[in-house]
Design a protein around this ligand. Structure first.
Ligand code: FUB
Length: 326
């Protein structure tokens, strides 16, 4: 049995959970952390993942099943290292795993692998999505059948090195009073192998309609995007990285702009915070990770879930991840 705010599994370390409801079950697409003894750094070198294991639960509270290795870096010709946070979408009965990894030049790219089953195994495309870069793909299948991919992460995720559109090894974040670097978004082609649109930087605005500034580290985008369509609104959520919050912004269009609305979760144990949100049997759940089980080792994380509540205005009620222990 699984319990709220407890690790889903402990036989492997898991992180960056992208949860979905497929065929009436909950499937979780996490990163698979490797328990090495290396040092942490701002480049994320400690996150040395080599493969993906897909998890599933028949119900909230049911046992969590590890379906075994679904994709290994050894099976993907373009990958050199570091298979980070993935996501999955089901389109026309086929499951597409989107994943970031370093290419042979050491640059993060987005790859795709597909399967007839939600748990895989996944068959990778031989090359990454042309024109893709950075990390943390999250995918929305909108009601009109269009597939949107949201992605990007600062620092180790290299997003600030692409501000000019091409890779600049010396690329820096904007000055504190300049608009923050946006998360990226593109629409996928029907072939689910290529971008149909030029990727754009999404705009996240403050309460006055001004772009959130790079120095506003409690609200600016850092990594870990997620998108929920709720009614006719688009809830775009993400991690603020350096300040360790999960926050969200709301818009009327899948490509924004989005207006900042508030915090989803206060910081967890461990540097990173990364999440997904699903509706299952008419309740909302947040899937997230922390490093509590490993005693705070940043790269030995465990995926957890907790129920999420909205107030009458459609605002998310902030979760304090360890309040239940007080
Ligand atoms: O798991 C590696 C990286 O850490 C992810 O890509 C980020 O979102 C952060 O969780």
């Amino acid at each position: 049995m699984t319990k709220e705010r407890e690790p889903l599994v402990t036989h492997i370390f898991t992180a960056d959970p992208s949860a979905h409801v497929f065929d009436g079950k909950i499937y979780i697409y996490p990163s698979h952390d490797i328990a090495h003894d290396g040092e942490d750094n701002d480049n994320g070198d400690e996150y040395q993942m080599r493969d993906y294991h897909i998890l599933s639960m028949d119900d909230i509270g049911a046992d969590c099943i590890d379906h075994g290795m679904a994709l290994s870096k050894d099976d993907v010709p373009w990958v050199s290292d570091q298979m980070w946070a993935p996501d999955c979408v089901c389109k026309n009965g086929r499951y597409y795993l989107f994943f970031p990894a370093r290419d042979k030049e050491g640059n993060f790219r987005l790859g795709i692998a597909s399967s007839t089953k939600p748990e895989g195994p996944f068959n990778p495309e031989p090359d990454y999505i042309p024109g893709s870069y950075s990390i943390d793909p999250a995918v929305l299948l909108d009601d009109d059948g269009k597939v949107y991919v949201y992605y990007g992460g600062l620092w180790g995720g290299q997003l600030e090195k692409y501000r000019t559109g091409t890779f600049d090894p010396n690329g820096k974040e904007p000055a504190k009073d300049e608009p923050a670097v946006g998360p990226m978004c593109a629409v996928m082609n029907e072939d689910m192998k290529t971008f149909a649109t030029e990727p754009i930087h999404l705009r996240i605005l403050d309460e006055n309609g001004d772009p959130i500034k790079a120095g506003d580290e409690e609200r600016r985008y850092f990594e870990g995007p997620w998108m929920n369509k709720i009614g006719d609104k688009y809830y775009f959520s993400y991690s603020t990285g350096t300040t360790h919050y999960l926050v969200y912004a709301v818009g009327d269009n899948p490509m924004g702009p989005f207006t900042y609305r508030g915090r989803i979760m206060e910081p967890v144990i461990g540097w990173t915070t990364h999440h997904s949100i699903i509706n299952f049997k008419d309740k909302w759940y947040l899937f997230y990770h922390d490093a509590e089980y490993s005693g705070g080792i940043n790269h030995r994380r465990c995926v957890k879930y907790t129920e999420l509540h909205f107030d009458d205005k459609g605002d998310i009620i902030t979760i304090h991840p360890y309040d239940h222990k007080k």
